[in-house]
Design a protein around this ligand. Structure first.
Ligand code: G3P
Ligand code: MG
Length: 244
């Protein structure tokens, strides 16, 4: 089985995370898919940004939830990373879906609702996925199991993954409770026992965030279904090495 390579927030080692520059670079590198993080603006627009706050990855301050989408489009989301990316801006999920629907890339939309439980984020995101006709190549994930449960209630068809930074105490119960279809787990929590248990439950396992060659090789050896990486070009190179 070939492990799928998802560009984590785009090719985020080489371009500012969650911007069009990082996404198009990942596509050029040959990634199989793109992982991105979604929060909600004050006017309930799903927007791509990892943190609940603006200061790390933009020239703004305060919380994403306190600004309208229109206000957030004025921010610079590239300069913090490198002067040459000045002018990159935050993208709405809609802009991202419009772009990706014209590619053959898979996508993992991570609902960032474990710190702020954004009301109806599942409904807003689902409507856009349907509108852009990408349901079959979309994976929804969240660290918030309640959100996965809500999403699965709204849509049985779209693949959903429980995200976790620790080995679940009882994987089977978590899956039965949420109705999730997959597990996305921190590399540090991954072991053979968990992979065996996931296989028994017919559950795909994907792991984050895999950048170092030794970790890339171990992930391929463990035959995980997917990895999330900031360096898709390197992940592809090592996958070739592993396969041949
Ligand atoms: O979806 C995998 C990974 O992105 C989860 O952690 O904090 O990088 O969004 P984080
Ligand atoms: Mg993420």
């Amino acid at each position: 089985m070939e492990t799928s390579i998802f560009a984590h927030r785009g090719a985020s080692k080489l371009a500012p995370e969650n911007t069009m520059a990082a996404f198009t670079l990942a596509q050029k590198m040959g990634a199989d898919g793109i992982e991105t993080d979604v929060q909600l603006t004050k006017d309930h627009v799903p927007i791509l940004i990892h943190d609940e706050t603006l200061h790390r990855t933009t020239d703004g301050t305060g919380y994403v939830k306190d600004y309208t989408y229109e206000q957030l489009t004025k921010l610079d989301a590239g300069k913090w990373f490198n002067e040459k990316y000045t002018g990159e801006r935050l993208l709405s999920l809609e802009e991202f879906l419009k772009w990706i629907s014209n590619t053959s890339l898979s996508l993992n939309i991570e609902l960032k609702n474990n710190i702020i439980d954004y009301k109806d984020i599942e409904k807003e995101v689902l409507a856009l996925i349907k509108h852009y006709g990408v349901a079959e190549r979309t994976i929804i994930s969240s660290f918030n199991p309640k959100s996965i449960k809500r999403f699965k209630r709204l849509s049985k068809e779209i693949e959903c993954a429980c995200l976790t930074s620790r080995r679940p105490k009882d994987l089977q119960s978590l899956i039965e409770e949420t109705k999730a279809n997959a597990l996305h787990i921190n590399y540090n929590a991954l072991n053979r026992g968990l992979i065996k248990e996931a296989k028994r439950l017919h559950l795909p396992v994907r792991t984050y965030t895999i950048n170092r060659p030794s970790r890339l090789m171990r992930s391929y050896k463990l035959e995980v279904d997917g990895i999330f990486t900031d360096v898709p070009h390197s992940a592809i190179e090592y996958r070739e090495l592993y396969l041949h």
